[in-house]
Design a binder for this molecule. Structure first.
Ligand code: TPP
Ligand code: SF4
Length: 282
């Protein structure tokens, strides 16, 4: 097969530069993903980045790869369709907590049921950054935001517990300040067969809800002897009030969408057609 490119020094776009505020957590994630693509020796034309809306949604512009800046909350179904017809591509979906857990929240359960072979990176800054500091589904109760000047009156979601209950086969959480952990988790997640969810705490410095200083105090790695095949133990750490645990919460190998579809296609190819069945009924 003809290849377009060989070794690549960076996957970052040379012409489109990030417009994020200086200090935004998303810069760290961009660097980690670039490093991971390099380590995995992907060719740019083998990668497709599908993003949602928001500051985090700008990710798709910043890579020299196939990309699509989707509509609000719809990155995941778009990426699922792409992976179903182009299983040869490495499909990465990226979006924020607002995009992925509010308007797009319903899609995660169904991507999980399909076990589509792609990596979904959610960048949580606990706020809608692009639309000027609105509350998001992970803004803490009673916290004051631009849309909740008297305090947020809705409880924040527990995303890791949600993902565990959706039976996602790879679930990890890390922070945008921990390059080593982001690189190792992204490498493993991208190579995982099936749907992988990488949840990265990526602080917004302009509408700050969880500043770097506070994040540093609450984050704690999962214990060394933690067994990431034990789902009940994963729930226990996901529900911790004391710490925000980081690391690989859960891993499970199972058949993925490509394999399941192939089974259906093979069966359909050898089965009777609808008109043959109808003829039999006549
Ligand atoms: C259907 C629709 N509703 C609302 C908006 C406005 N909008 C654009 S970005 C955004 C918030 C995105 O927040 P988040 O996903 O947390 O990303 P961040 O900007 O924080 O990275 C909203 C509500 C939109 N673009 N489309
Ligand atoms: S508003 Fe917040 S999330 Fe958006 S670029 Fe600035 S720091 Fe990042």
């Amino acid at each position: 097969m003809k290849t377009i490119s060989q070794a690549v020094n960076t996957y970052k776009s040379k012409s489109i530069k990030p417009v994020w505020c200086p200090g935004c957590g998303d810069f760290g994630v961009l660097a980690a993903l670039d490093k991971t693509f390099k380590a995995l020796e992907f060719k740019p034309e083998e990668i497709a980045i599908i993003s949602g809306i928001g500051c985090s949604g700008r990710f798709s512009h910043y890579f020299n790869s196939y990309s699509l800046h989707g509509t609000h909350g719809r990155a995941l179904p778009t990426a699922t369709g792409l992976k179903a017809v182009r299983p040869d591509l490495h499909v990465i979906t990226i979006g924020g907590d607002g995009d992925g857990l509010s308007i797009g929240g319903g899609h995660i359960a169904h991507a999980a049921r399909k076990n589509v072979n792609l990596t979904y990176i959610i960048l949580d800054n606990n706020v809608y950054g692009m639309t000027k500091g609105q509350s998001s589904p992970t803004t803490p109760l009673e916290y004051n935001t631009n849309t909740a000047p008297y305090g947020v009156y809705e409880e924040a979601l527990n995303p890791i517990a949600m993902f565990l209950s959706y039976n996602i086969g790879y679930i990890a959480r890390t922070t945008s300040t921990d390059m080593k952990s982001m690189h190792s988790i992204l490498t493993e997640a991208i190579q995982h067969k099936g749907f992988s969810l990488v949840y990265i705490m990526s602080p917004c410095v302009t509408y700050s809800v969880l500043p770097y200083s506070k994040l540093k105090d609450i984050v704690k790695p999962l214990p060394e002897n933690y067994d990431n095949s034990d789902k009940m133990s994963a729930f226990k750490y996901a529900y911790s009030d004391e710490h925000m645990y980081t690391g690989v919460f859960y891993k499970e190998d199972k058949s993925c969408l490509e394999e399941r579809l192939q089974t259906v296609f093979d069966l359909a190819a050898t089965s009777k057609t609808t008109s043959e069945i109808m003829t039999e009924f006549k």
